[in-house]
Design a binder for this molecule. Sequence first.
Ligand SMILES: Nc1nc2c(ncn2[C@@H]2O[C@H](COP(=O)(O)OP(=O)(O)OP(=O)(O)O)[C@@H](O)[C@H]2O)c(=O)[nH]1
Ligand SMILES: [Mg+2]
Ligand SMILES: [Zn+2]
Length: 377
Amino acid sequence: MHDLTPLNHSSPSTVSDIIGTVVAVQANFYQVRLDQPLINLNHSPISYLLCTRRTRLKKIGQQIMVGDRVMIEEPDYQDARGAIAQVLSRKTELSRPPVANADQILLIFALEEPLLEPWQLSRFLVKAESTKIPFLLCLNKVDLLTSSQQKEWQQRLGKWGYQPFFISVRTWQGLEELKNSLREKITILAGPSGVGKSSLINSLIPHIKQRVNGVSGKLQKGRHTTRHVELFELLEGGFIADTPGFNQPHLHCQPSQLIYYFPEARKQLKHASCQFSNCFHRGEPNCSLDKNWERYDHYLTFLEEVITQEEVNRQMGEQESTVKLKFKASGQEYYEPKLETKKYRRTSRREKHQNLQELYENQSLADLEKLQDGLDE
Ligand SMILES: Nc1nc2c(ncn2[C@@H]2O[C@H](COP(=O)(O)OP(=O)(O)OP(=O)(O)O)[C@@H](O)[C@H]2O)c(=O)[nH]1
Ligand SMILES: [Mg+2]
Ligand SMILES: [Zn+2]
C-alpha cells in the first residue's frame, strides 16, 4: 500500500488533515492545491490533487468554486486524486468571475496603448468599490510616458482619492513593490482588454506562460465563450487569477449608495450630511455636497444608469413568480422561467414567455449585453 504523510512528518495523516485551495474547476473535476504537500513511498511530493465532489455535497447542492478551501477524503496517491468532503465557509464571494475567498482585486489599466480613458477607469473603480473587496489600482506601460505625463496622472488620480502603482511589465518598473502587495493573498486581476493582465502574470510566474496565454486573447471575447477562471500560484506565496478583459462593467447598486463609491465625495459626506437621507446630490434642497470635483459628471451619469437598473429590477421583482435569476458555472447571469404545478404548466408557460419577451423588449440589446459583463458582488 502507498504511504501518505504530510511533508513535516508530524502525526500520521487523517482525513481532516488534508486541506487545500481549489485552483481550477473543469466540469465536475476540481484541481486542489494542498496546504501541505504529501509524500508517497517514492518520496515524491504531491502538491496537487484532482478531485471529485462527494455525492453528499452534490445532494445538498453545495457548489464548489475556484478559491474555495476544501477538506479532502480518500486520496489516491498513485493517481493524485481525491474526493472533496467539505467546503469551508467563504470569506468573500464574487460571481463574475466566480471566485471564493478573494482577498483583493488588482485593477489594471494601461496609460497608453490603449490610452487611459478617465470615464472607463472611473466606471471600473466604482465597480470595484461596490464589491466591498479591497482593491489595488495599477497603471501599466509607464514606459510609454514622459515623467511629467506620469506626474500629471498621479496628481489627477490623487484628487480622485487613489494612489496607483505605476508599473511597466516591459521594463519591470514597479513590479517588485507590487509583488509585495500580492504575497500570501488571493488576488483577482481585472481590467480592460490589452492593458497587460496576462503579460503581468507571465512575468510574475514565468513557468506558466503557456497556460495563461490560453486564457487570454481574442477567443475570450465572443459572447458565448466560457469565462474560465484559474488561480496561479505565486512564488512568494498566494495566488493570482487572470480574467479575460472586458471593457464596460455594468453598474448596479442602490442609487443612494453610489456616491459612497467615489472617495472624494465620501470624504466630504463624512463631515456633513444632507437634509434628506436618500439625497441624490443633484439639486435637492439643503444638499451638503460640494459639486466642484472632476468626477461629479461621472457620478451623475452613473446615477442615471443605476436608477434605470433599479427600475428594471423592480419590474423583474413583480414578475418574480415567473422568472428566476440564475448563474451559469461560468458566472454568466440568465433568466429562467420557473416551472409551476403540472395543472397550470401549459398555459402559464406561454404567459411566462410573453413576460420574458416584454422584459427583453424594455431593455435595449446593449443593456442586455452589458448585463453579461463585469465583476459582480
Ligand atoms: N509598452 C508596453 N507594452 C506592454 C506592457 N505590458 C504589456 N504590453 C503589451 O500589451 C499588449 C497586451 O498585453 P496582454 O497581456 O495580452 O493584455 P491583457 O490585459 O491580458 O488583454 P486581454 O487578455 O485581451 O484582456 C501586448 O502586446 C503586450 O506586449 C508594458 O509594460 N509596456
Ligand atoms: Mg489576457
Ligand atoms: Zn445631497
